[in-house]
Design a protein around this ligand. Structure first.
Ligand code: BMA
Length: 821
């Protein structure tokens, strides 16, 4: 094998730029590292950088070869995640003309490798020009999502759709080669894919291992294959030639019986044991980590009400899915490293999530991403990469799609984490967003169905065991209705609160079966804003702050919502803080209510887990992985077992609900009280309760009249293990309360790695949060601090040397300090 990753030379078509280029990586990152362009994340630099995608670029390198060149045709180029319109030449000879970022290409050499020096070149053709040229050649207009994409026609390319801009992404159309580039000598036999089917019984599991091998025509037949699993060693049986488009392949299978299996469970449900599977043949050995689990998608008709269920059952247990939507870890692929990705995914699990949705406008992520999810117990809802636009449905496009789907499904099939393959993001809704498709719905719906069928057929042909869902959102198979407002079946995207400016209470007007998208924006944290804005830009309506907001009207919505619920914040920093408080409140309102509907509702994935660059957005994690207040609150509202209050529609009472997502019934003691802002506490009852794990229960009710005018309602849950969670609910908008100065006292102590801060309040303080000037992580934020109940928060700086600076720059915020002082 000749690995060609490493340093290449880069130049553009006008010879304006020339520099080194690290492959795998993106071209913008190379130009940035060479100091040739400004950082597009800072200020409004993005605009100066956008035009770089409108020209061709060439990357080249030489390599020495002094080995066996072998017979012609024996070597091939192996390349993947090549973004997107590109050509690869070896010693001037064209090897590959590529058109998809989502495929792995294999091209046999027409000529032998030269002894001595060889030259390889990648021509990155301008993707923006390629897209526009393709759009011009369509027989009729195929609209793209113009409100998200300042760069046109991205729907023409099999490239991450958010690269041409999105309502949270910058628009610079990054490009480059992010995967492998190698010459390989063909082997006589090669494992091309692997599927694992697990059947889980009482105390035994059966593991069927299905393999597909490419077997060279030079070989009379496949060599014997040994499969080892859990200490058992067997020879592959039932090896037979493939059919159809797999004529070069040989399929084989073997079945293992595992007594006393260690099952793989989503986080919070049990362990994530991974068995090692090895497959040996013809002098080669392949290893995979396999989790034993069976995941079913339940969409049966509701036995009691109208509509149909939407729930995941893992190893026979129905699991309430708790999580968020995943977008690429960074807008520049070179920066989306395994370390950063691990930080983000680990944060998801730390916030009690068990599922992420890899949203259809980014990438099919790299193998190590799914290894991480296997290890962490994060179920993956995997979209195919189509989002929010209409798409061509001609033969050439559909053939390209077939190859992409086949590759991705085979590549990821063995991962325990993969729970679902979903056809696309919001393509059914998109049929109503464009004048063309409103006027001629038949034409565009037929095109949509052709594309969706192609994806479904190719996915099922690659792996007949997958859980398939046609689109997100979708009310069900062959249902092309409005899954944004119809909550009877399927998965729902509920955007009425953000995009239609409805109040937070409106989350309680729907009863989704599974809400796979809903979100509310906030500003990024102050330390992140400082990375792109100067002090002069730190005004909520400055051009730079506007530039770092990609949803038209987004900043107005944030400010307008504050008017609805809060007194207006005192300073820019308070505004940033309060924007994160209200974002967390919005998500908490939705998620508490929808969890209270369990098992009618069996999942909530909010929009969105992470950010690709520093921007105002719906994310709970800042760009780089710091926790916004929402992420801290998520750990609380996604807690495995807790009680909370849900107001009745007429405002006359509050139902106290308990939920428990752990595998077993849980005992708890719940205390309900009203807390006056001046400090008086009014007890409203203590309830010893047993929380079943299959459904949420209402176990008490508080009448509105029991809560004094100047008080908030609190529900404190103490679990058997001694942990306790307190949630408050404001019966009226926060701005109507005359909060009093909590005069929070702060006591700091530090160890070698950590700062420990004990806070105590003399009056009730809400949404207490600490900030400091140093990157790092606070153990807790956005909590309530009641008089006589001090709380200790730990801070771990990224660099231990900055501990003192952290202590010196510490600031405490709460609702009073931000809005009443
Ligand atoms: C959704 C997503 C994205 C978008 C988000 C916020 O519906 O699928 O397209 O970023 O809304 O508008």
């Amino acid at each position: 094998m000749i690995d060609l990753s490493g340093t290449w030379s880069l130049k553009d078509e006008h010879s304006e730029y020339a520099c080194d280029y690290a492959i795998p990586g993106d071209v913008h990152s190379a130009l940035l590292a060479a100091g040739l362009i400004p950082d597009p994340y800072v200020g409004r630099n993005e605009l100066a950088v956008r035009r770089l995608a409108d020209r061709d670029w060439v990357a080249s390198r030489t390599f020495q070869w002094d080995g066996d060149t072998g017979p012609k045709g024996n070597w091939y180029l192996d390349v993947d995640i090549l973004d997107t319109a590109a050509e690869i030449r070896l010693n001037g000879d064209m090897l590959l003309s590529a058109a998809s970022c989502f495929r792995r290409y294999r091209r046999y050499l027409h000529q032998e490798l030269k002894l001595g020096e060889n030259k390889i070149e990648i021509l990155f053709k301008s993707n923006t020009r390629a897209a526009t040229a393709l759009a011009k050649h369509q027989p009729y207009k195929i609209p793209y999502v113009i409100q998200n994409c300042p760069i046109p026609d991205g729907n023409m390319l099999r490239k991450p759709q958010c690269h041409f801009g999105w309502d949270w992404n910058l628009a610079i159309a990054p490009f480059g080669l992010y995967g492998r580039i190698e010459f390989r000598k063909s082997v006589r036999q090669e494992l091309t894919d692997l599927k694992i089917l697990v059947t889980v019984g009482e105390d035994a599991a059966t593991v069927a291992v299905f393999t597909t091998f490419f077997v060279s025509p030079l070989l009379a037949g496949p060599k014997p294959v040994t499969v080892k699993f859990d200490g058992q060693e067997k020879e592959l049986t039932a090896v037979r030639p493939g059919i159809g488009n797999q004529q070069d392949s040989h399929l084989g299978m073997q079945i293992f019986s595992i007594t006393d299996p260690k099952l793989w469970w989503p986080a919070g449900q049990g362990g994530q044991h991974l068995y090692e599977l090895t497959i040996e043949f013809d002098g080669q050995i392949e290893r995979r980590k396999i989790g034993l689990r069976k995941i079913e998608l339940l969409t049966d008709k509701d036995p009691i009400g109208p509509g149909a269920r939407f729930a995941f059952r893992v190893n026979g247990r129905e699991i309430f899915a708790k999580g968020a939507n995943w977008i690429p870890a960074d807008a520049l692929p070179s920066r989306a490293t395994p370390e950063l990705t691990e930080k983000l995914l680990k944060a998801a699990v730390d916030a009690n999530m068990n599922m992420i949705r890899v949203w259809g406008g980014g990438f099919y992520e790299q193998d190590w991403f799914y290894d991480l999810c296997d290890r962490l117990g994060l179920l993956v809802w995997q979209d195919f990469m189509f989002s929010c636009s209409l798409y061509p449905a001609d033969d050439a496009f559909l053939n390209e799609v077939k190859k992409e789907v086949d590759h991705q499904v085979r590549r990821l099939g063995h991962h325990a984490c993969i729970a679902l393959w979903c056809g696309d993001n919001e393509l059914i809704g998109a049929l109503t967003w464009f004048e063309e498709s409103r006027k001629n719905r038949d034409r565009y719906l037929v095109d949509y169905d052709r594309l969706n069928r192609t994806i479904e057929e190719a996915a099922k042909a690659a792996d007949h065991t997958i859980n398939w869902w046609p689109s997100s959102p979708s009310s069900g198979l062959k249902n092309f209705g409005d899954a944004w407002h119809d909550d009877r079946s399927g998965d729902m995207h509920f955007w009425s609160v953000w995009h239609e400016n409805k109040s937070f209470d409106h989350y309680r007007d729907v009863k989704p079966r599974f809400c796979s998208e809903f979100g509310f924006q906030s500003y990024p944290s102050l330390n992140v804003i400082k990375r792109f804005a100067t002090p002069a830009d730190m005004n909520i309506a400055s051009p730079v702050m506007d530039h770092h907001q990609r949803n038209a009207g987004g900043n107005e919505r944030i400010a307008g919502t504050m008017f609805r619920y809060f007194r207006f914040p005192m300073t820019f920093a308070d505004f940033v803080y309060l924007s994160q408080v209200q974002q967390g409140l919005a998500m908490r309102t939705a998620i508490e209510y929808w969890r209270s509907l369990k098992p009618h509702c069996m999942g909530t994935l909010y929009w969105q887990l992470n950010d690709t660059w520093p921007v105002a957005s719906w994310s709970g994690l800042d760009h780089g992985g710091g926790w916004k207040l929402l992420h801290h609150m998520a750990r609380d509202f996604y807690a495995p077992a807790a009680a909370f209050a849900i107001p009745a529609k007429d405002g006359g009472s509050f139902a106290i609900f308990g939920v428990n997502d752990t595998p077993t019934r849980t005992e708890a003691e719940v205390t309900v009280f009203a807390q006056s802002v001046g400090g008086r506490r009014h007890d409203l009852g203590t309830h010893p309760i047993r929380l079943p794990s299959d459904w949420a229960i209402e176990f008490a009710r508080v009448m509105a009249g029991q809560i004094p005018d100047d008080a908030l309602l609190h529900v404190e849950t103490r679990l058997g293990d001694g942990t306790s969670i307190t949630r408050h609910l404001a019966p009226k908008p926060y701005k109507t309360f005359a909060f009093e100065n909590p005069a929070i006292t702060v006591t700091k102590t530090s160890t070698a790695h950590e700062l420990s801060v004990t806070l105590e309040a003399s009056k009730p303080a809400y949404f207490v949060a600490l900030e400091c000037d140093v990157p790092g992580h606070f153990s807790d934020a956005a909590f309530d601090l009641l008089p006589g109940q001090p709380r200790t928060v730990r801070f771990r700086p990224e660099r231990p040397a900055e501990l003192d600076r952290a202590a010196d720059s510490l600031i405490v915020r709460d609702l009073y300090s931000a809005t009443c002082r």
